[in-house]
Design a protein around this ligand. Structure first.
Ligand code: PMP
Length: 322
């Protein structure tokens, strides 16, 4: 779907997957006016297909667009585009368990120009790819690196938007995490470098017995849809679920004194991933016994059961293909 100043959204079309021809002066290549989303379609027990909370993705896409001086795509058009792509060949939505069809809606400036200003032409597209189970051999805890050198986002910045630049700025810290033998980077706040914000591509939850706490939305972390869903599902399962502030010292101390029983990360790709160990320049510890915890696995099962149609969708989160 195209957007042009003065004309709005126009010319929606379904075309075969193919490379785009990009002008060297395309504004996105220089100024990164680009946003994206990620969501999944799951096969349901009766053979139909449903996407998980596309309305929430559409709304976050609109919030990202506002922050990046881009036009807002109406929710109906966002959902219709995803549905149209899936319907093109719904046989490519996998049939088994956790496997899904991953959808990647995105928008970028399609105008050509070298001046720094908001573009007047944009292209919105959706591409898709089947995604297998994230942990085909069973859920395996990840190791994380606390990034004290780099920051992902600052107050007033673009941290709450799902825009390419945030990820580009993350790559060096992700490489640093890998060089310390860690799977993922954990971002801290930009001012004091001690408050936990989120992981490279997932939000975090801290489990204190039957109370789960996730870092509050400070404006510099992504408001994850899995994060939001878990606040509700955890309450459905009888846990106390809240947003709060957790520092690196809290994490280390509460793990040592046993009150912090589990830590997990959550996002569309992996749904829920246990955190097994933590490293930084100054510290190195095993989270709990390093194994996936009971609450983590219970929440993971509840959310996946809901997405795959094996648990009642009491919140109206599943969007069936019409
Ligand atoms: N934080 C970041 C930086 C992410 O890229 C993602 C993945 N979209 C998340 C959190 C989790 O968000 P969601 O649950 O909507 O996938």
């Amino acid at each position: 779907i195209k957007w042009t100043e003065g004309r709005g959204w126009h010319d929606a079309e379904l075309v075969p997957y193919a490379p785009l021809s990009i002008d060297p002066a395309n504004m996105t290549l220089h100024y990164a006016q680009t946003i994206f989303e990620g969501l999944k379609a799951y096969r349901q027990p009766d053979g139909t297909v449903a996407t998980f909370r596309p309305q929430a993705n559409a709304e976050r896409f609109q919030a990202s667009a506002r922050r990046m001086a881009m036009p807002e795509l109406p929710t109906e058009l966002f959902i219709e585009a995803c549905d149209a792509l899936i319907k093109q060949d719904s046989a490519w939505v996998p049939n088994s368990g956790e496997a899904s069809l991953y959808l990647r809606p995105f928008m970028f400036a399609s105008e050509v120009g070298l001046g720094v200003r908001p573009a007047n032409e944009f292209l919105f597209m959706v591409i898709a790819s089947p995604a297998g189970a994230y942990f085909p051999g069973g859920v395996k805890p990840v190791s994380v690196w606390l990034s004290e050198e780099y920051v992902r986002a600052v107050k007033g910045g673009t941290g709450a938007a799902k825009t390419g630049g945030n990820y580009a700025a993350s790559l060096v810290a992700q490489a640093q995490a890998a060089s310390h033998g860690c799977d993922q980077v954990v971002w801290l706040d930009a001012v004091e470098h001690r408050w936990i914000e989120e992981m490279g591509g997932m939000n975090l939850y801290f489990v204190y017995g039957d109370r789960i706490v996730t870092p509050e939305l400070t404006g510099s972390l992504l408001p994850g849809i899995t994060r939001d869903s878990l606040l509700t599902i955890a309450r459905d399962l009888g846990y106390t679920a809240e947003e709060g502030r957790i520092s690196t010292e809290d994490w280390k101390r509460d793990n040592e004194n046993g009150t912090l029983t589990e830590v997990f990360a959550c996002g569309t790709a992996a749904v829920i991933t246990p955190v097994g160990s933590v490293k930084s320049e100054r510290a190195n510890w095993t989270q709990g016994d390093g194994e996936p915890g009971e609450v983590t696995m219970k929440l993971r099962k509840a959310l996946l059961d809901l997405q795959t149609g094996h648990r009642a969708d009491t919140h109206g989160w599943m969007h069936p293909l019409g």
